[in-house]
Structures are given as C-alpha cells and as structure tokens.
Design a protein around this ligand. Sequence first.
Ligand code: ADP
Ligand code: MG
Length: 228
Amino acid sequence: LRSELGNVERLSLVGQMAASITHEIRNPMAVVRGFLQLMKEKSPESLDHYYRIVMEELDRANGIINDFLSLAQNRISEKEQWHLHQIINDLSPLLWADANLRGQTIELMLDERVPKLNLNAKEIKQLLLNLARNGMEAMEEKGKLILQTCLVEKEQIVELIVMDTGAGMSKSRQERLFEPFFTTKAKGTGLGLALCLSIVERHGGKIKVESEEGQGTTFIIQLPLADS
Ligand code: ADP
Ligand code: MG
C-alpha cells in the first residue's frame, strides 16, 4: 500500500487514522471513567465485576495503541535466526488459556524439517496471536484451531498455516480484510490483519486467505528461507 500512495494521499490516510484512533481510544476510556464513578458509589460486593471491566477496557486501549504504533512505525525490523517452532511453543500457553476459556481446542502440526529462519520474534508472535485470536473469535464452542508449519523445498519457503472451523467469510469481505480499520466486530479495531500484512511484508513473505462461509478460514503465510 505504502509504495502506491503519494505524499498527499499518505498524509490524508494518516489524518483518517488519527481520527479513528482517537475515537477508538476514547471509547474504552469513557467506559473506564464511568465504571470508576460507579465503583465509588456502589457496595463492595459488586466491585469485582466493575474491576474486571475496567481492567479489560484498559487492556483494550493499550492493545489498540500498541497495534497502531507497530503499524504506523512500519520500520525495517531487526531479525535474528529463530526457530519458528520455538516461537510457537513460547506462545502456546497463552493461546491455550484463551482457547480453554472459549471451550475450544488447538492442534499443532509442526513439520520437523523446518529450519531456522530470519525472523523478528516479537513481530512473529504478534502475527500468530492476531491470526489465532481472529480464528477463535470466528468459532463457536468446541471449535478447533490448527497451527501448521510446512517446509516447501522447491519454492524455498516455509508455510505457516492458521486454520479455523469458524464462520468463514464472503468474497467481498475477504477483499477488504487487510484494510486498516475494517472490522465486523462490535469491539474490533480492524488493525489486526493490517498489522499482520505489514509484518509479513517486512519479512519478505506473502499472506493468503482461503475461506468458505459456514466452513472456516485458512490463513497461509509464506516466509522465505534464510539466504544461504
Ligand atoms: P478485528 O479482529 O479487530 O475485527 P482484524 O483486522 O483482525 O480486525 O480482522 C478484520 C475482520 O476480518 C474481522 O472483523 C472479521 O470480519 C474478518 N476476519 C478476520 N479473521 C477471520 C477469521 N478467521 N474468520 C472469519 N472472519 C475473519
Ligand atoms: Mg483481530
């Protein structure tokens, strides 16, 4: 997207983003403020509930700021030789906790042949977390999320596949997925996939989506093997 836009368009895009972000951040802040007011007035028994909402909304505001900053900075990322599987394993407890709360399961199908890759571990975690969360959010209870890796030798790439058995998407929705602020969720920001795309591009990779309404969605990330 960046390379296709001239300065004027880019500035107006930043302006639009600023307006959207301001709106998105004000929402959780207003909720927090309202609940703090209630906490002052209410009996102690009801405080747990308010406390939980306040924390959730603060985390949400924080998440929006983090995603927006990573997207806006879009700088060249520092990379090191990393085992993709180590990054996945580090993230597993967090993903499982999330899945358990929803009554869902996660299956890992890791190709042992996958070698170390030139990665920014923090960004790859962010990528995986965003894709996995989207998958879980698209599924009902009992849904299954599959994380798969696969070395494709003849193309000199590693594929990272995140597959869900959720609601799926129409073609028109698939076309807009990666636009910043495109969301169909009441509390969505629409920044997750825009960030994923930018992370994959920073790694010289590609991201593809296959989806069928009512069947589920598969995201395929192709990462180049480290230069020999
Ligand atoms: P958000 O999750 O905040 O809505 P994203 O950029 O992560 O923003 O996703 C944008 C939109 O793409 C979502 O609102 C949803 O409509 C759609 N989407 C993303 N991932 C999936 C998925 N796995 N299954 C179905 N729809 C999805
Ligand atoms: Mg998301």
